[in-house]
Design a protein around this ligand. Structure first.
Ligand code: SAH
Ligand code: SF4
Ligand code: F3S
Length: 482
């Protein structure tokens, strides 16, 4: 879609929703004047940063309507579950919570229950909710988030469940307000959806096709964030390395050039990004990481499995050797580069040999950290129909074997930090002790340190590591950089 069209569509949609916001707001103000009580909402978010960001926008809409954020679902006037479908256990939690709300709603029938997000993009889930959880009031999906005020205005006088899930991709709707907390760091979506169809994964079905945001919209958003005190941004997409492909030629830049542009934003200190798909990472991205002083020395590069034949069945489009070559090149070009990854255990047909290949990659790359997942069958994905599904007990045994290696190596990598000085962006005081400050190093390690106090929040400091732990580094303040 051209820039003008994209912007016009967005403005129309936002204006339409503002009318509904105004309408409910008036209703709520009348009630507040009568009762002296503000209505509350409770929102629970599952899944990835995309969902977190969608929730920030839902919260902003609810606050404009006159609701305030409550602390418990039992007492709230509106309960929202923003759901994730990537693994079965995330889905089971949502069903469990909905079951729990049934008896609460019996006692407080005025309560409205809303379920949205990735799970709702699957027709069988919506059927299940209609059948077994008919105390739910509103269901909507990932493509029509901006319509929330309008949908909500329709459920107040309604007995039965309102379902509005679109199976087409939503246009990129710019301009939705977001209730960001303006911390030291923020997530910024640079694209939506995914075109890769890894055979195990539900995301392309729940988030639709890949769409990139215009570079100017991204830059403006980050400049705004920086004006509000944000020092670090993480650029988000399911596959940031293919950023720009859906843009008109006149607007198009690739991910490497986007990094270079963001690097020029005054006042911004650090840039991170995720997720990088190995099949699309170009040398230019690696060079941009090397050249841009704000881009942190940290690369999240999911490999999923070490076995080339398994990778083929996963539709990942790279081999074990391709992956290791990328790592080698990145390590050579970017000094002190830290790696993290996603690993999947128990994909259909996986053999003990395949698991050895996975462990071999872990040993060769020496990850600073890794997210390990047990394969979970997702209805409608090609892998769900594959033969040779792995029995649960074997999956767990293999998982433990891989995890042991991952933890051993990340512990070793951390122990090398003893007596080293690392740059930390200070985020706040530690949860356990308020005389200990905490933040992240450029390599994305949590660093806790003594010396200094709350006045350091948002500052870059140097910390000497005195006590490296397996999952964090402890140290003492050396100096404030700025
Ligand atoms: N777009 C990102 C990943 C998004 S999902 C990428 O391609 O790297 C995050 C992680 O969840 C994936 O990397 C994968 O390891 C895991 N995952 C996805 N589908 C899964 C499934 N069906 N079972 C278990 N883990 C899964
Ligand atoms: Fe899922 Fe693959 Fe897309 Fe990542 S790249 S979201 S794993 S389909
Ligand atoms: Fe994210 Fe889960 Fe959806 S990982 S994109 S919230 S399925």
């Amino acid at each position: 879609m051209s820039k003008r069209k994209q912007t016009e569509v967005a403005i129309e949609k936002i204006e339409e929703q503002e009318k509904y916001i105004e309408l409910i707001h008036r209703m709520n103000e009348d009630e507040f004047n009568k009762t002296g009580k503000r209505k509350t909402f409770y929102i629970q978010t599952y899944g990835c940063q995309m969902n977190e960001h969608d929730s920030e926008m839902l919260i902003s809409m609810l606050e404009s309507i006159g609701y305030s954020q409550g602390i418990s679902e039992e007492m709230a006037d509106i309960v929202i579950y923003n759901t994730c479908a990537v693994r079965e256990n995330a889905e089971l939690k949502v069903y469990g919570n909905l079951g729990h709300l049934k008896s609460i709603k019996k006692k407080r029938p005025g309560m409205k229950i809303v379920v949205c997000g990735c799970m709702m993009q699957q027709p069988h889930v919506v059927e299940e909710i209609k059948k077994k959880y008919n105390h739910v009031d509103l269901v909507f999906g990932t493509h029509n988030l901006y319509k929330f005020p309008e949908l909500l205005s329709n459920v107040f006088d309604r007995e039965d469940i309102l379902v509005d899930v679109w199976d087409v991709d939503g246009e990129v709707v710019e301009g939705l307000k977001s209730n960001r907390k303006f911390d030291v760091k923020a997530f910024v979506n640079i694209m939506y959806g995914c075109n890769n169809f890894c055979t195990y994964c539900i995301v392309p079905y729940t988030r639709g096709r890949e769409r990139s945001r215009l570079p100017q919209d991204i830059i403006t958003e980050i400049e705004n964030l920086v004006q509000n005190g944000v020092k670090e941004v993480t650029l988000l997409g399911q596959n940031v390395n293919s950023y720009g492909k859906t843009l008109d030629e006149k607007d198009r830049i690739d991910f490497a050039n986007l990094l270079r542009k963001v690097n020029e934003i005054n006042g911004l200190e650090r840039i991170r990004f995720m997720t990088s798909h190995p099949k699309d990472i170009s040398d230019e991205v690696i060079y941009a990481m090397r050249d841009c002083e704000k881009v942190c020395e940290f690369l999240h590069l999911p490999f999923q499995a070490g076995s080339t034949s398994l990778l083929k069945k996963m539709n990942r489009h790279y081999s074990k050797e391709d992956y290791l070559k990328i790592v080698e090149k990145a390590k050579k070009e970017v000094p002190n580069l830290a790696f993290s990854t996603d690993i999947m255990i128990g994909f259909p047909g996986e053999t003990e040999e395949d698991v050895n290949d996975t462990i071999d990659v872990v040993k060769k790359v020496r990850y600073d950290s890794a997210f390990t997942f047990i394969y979970s069958k997702r209805r409608g994905t090609p892998a769900a129909k594959m033969e040779n599904q792995i029995p649960e007990d074997i999956k767990h045994k293999r998982f433990d074997r891989v995890l042991e290696e991952v933890n051993k190596i990340s512990g070793e990598v951390n122990s090398e930090y003893l007596n080293k000085i690392v740059e930390v962006l200070v985020e706040g005081s530690s949860k356990k002790r308020n005389d200990i400050m905490t933040g992240k190093s450029r390599q994305n390690k949590t660093v806790n340190f003594i010396g200094g106090g709350e006045n350091l929040v948002g500052k870059l400091v140097n910390v000497r590591i005195t006590d490296p732990k397996s999952f964090s580094l402890n140290g003492e303040l050396v100096e404030v950089i700025r």
